[in-house]
Design a protein around this ligand. Structure first.
Ligand SMILES: Cc1ncc(C[n+]2csc(CCOP(=O)(O)OP(=O)(O)O)c2C)c(N)n1
Length: 296
């Protein structure tokens, strides 16, 4: 685990202000913080999504490649292989891709890239839906959340399936470094980016990026919501390095999940029973992760 302090943080910025993303966008903060650590010797890869919309309009101060939606892992693989063929070893090759582009349409390319063992970093900007095209559900939308394709009203009452557990799926691929992060815990997140860049092979970090438009809360509350997700343990922070699982933050007094759910319009339709079920699932998963952290 890499411990960072505020004093050590670089002053330089490589993600430019005044871009096309919404006020309070969690993804833009995730991008900005990671690029501070990665520095100028970085090639950024992305695919269609909110992030590509801002990057195409000039938000990136480092070289950028935007490719087809399903191709993130393949783009990373190609760039890394081309650099290696030229003997260039000091350039970071890093993807910033949404949860839809990661867990659904880009899954095959990502899985194959990890299996081949490319020396790259893949950062999944997880806002839990296809936000750039109007907030449709993705494989990483949580159970019962309302989206434009899983409305909270009518018969459906939100998403019927649970969130796909991409970080653990990546860990089971044998990636040498996998971590979860939240923009509400910037030093933990940036420390994980720093740690990842010291490790050879495919690295995967999934950072929770609340979205005021899709989740339904005021744009000033993005960081607060990102902190609450960790505080109530619905989004545990951990890393898996060389197969060893470590919880990087354990809330001393966890907040009630209801505080998190009630703060967002996408959970407005939940009944007492729904909330109790989600609480039970969060509790169960935490117990499993805690056990894993004790047994390595
Ligand atoms: C093959 C293909 N299908 C659909 C689209 C339309 N499309 C562009 S961005 C996007 C949503 C991206 O969602 P996600 O990956 O979760 O990123 P976010 O916008 O939430 O950051 C979609 C469906 C596309 N560009 N290409």
């Amino acid at each position: 685990m890499e411990v960072l302090t505020v004093e050590e943080l670089p002053k330089e910025e490589y993600y430019m202000p005044g871009n096309a993303l919404c006020a309070g966008c969690g993804e833009s903060l995730a991008m900005r913080l990671a690029l501070k650590i990665l520095g100028w010797k970085t090639i950024v890869v992305t695919v269609p999504g909110c992030m590509s919309a801002s990057l195409i309009m000039g938000a990136s101060a480092v070289p950028l490649l935007v490719g087809p939606f399903a191709s993130g892992g393949a783009l990373l693989s190609g760039i890394e292989t081309a650099l290696e063929a030229q003997g260039i070893t000091d350039v970071n090759v890093v993807a910033f891709i949404g949860d839809g582009g990661t867990a659904d349409i880009g899954f095959q390319a990502l899985s194959a890239m990890v299996e081949r063992g490319h020396n790259v970093l893949y950062i999944c900007l997880d806002n839990e839906a296809y936000m750039n095209t109007g907030g449709q559900r993705s494989g990483m939308t949580p159970l019962k959340a309302s989206t434009t394709t899983t409305p909270g009203m009518g018969l459906l009452k939100g998403k019927l399936q649970p969130k796909k557990d991409m970080p653990l799926i990546m860990a089971e691929h044998g990636a040498p470094y996998v971590a979860t992060a939240s923009i509400g815990f910037p030093l933990d997140y940036m420390g994980k980016v720093k740690r990842a860049m010291k490790i050879r092979g495919p690295k995967y970090i999934q950072v929770l990026c609340p979205c005021p438009v899709g989740w339904g809360y005021h744009e000033s509350k993005t960081v607060e919501i990102a902190r609450l997700a960790v505080a109530c343990r619905v989004w545990p922070l951990y890393e898996v390095e060389g197969g060893k699982f470590t919880l990087t933050y354990e809330p001393r007094e966890p907040k009630p999940l209801r505080e998190y759910l009630r703060a967002q319009r996408r959970f407005d339709h939940l009944t007492e029973e729904d909330m109790a079920e989600l609480e039970r699932l969060v509790e169960e998963k935490w117990r499993r992760l805690k056990l894993r952290s004790l047994t390595g």
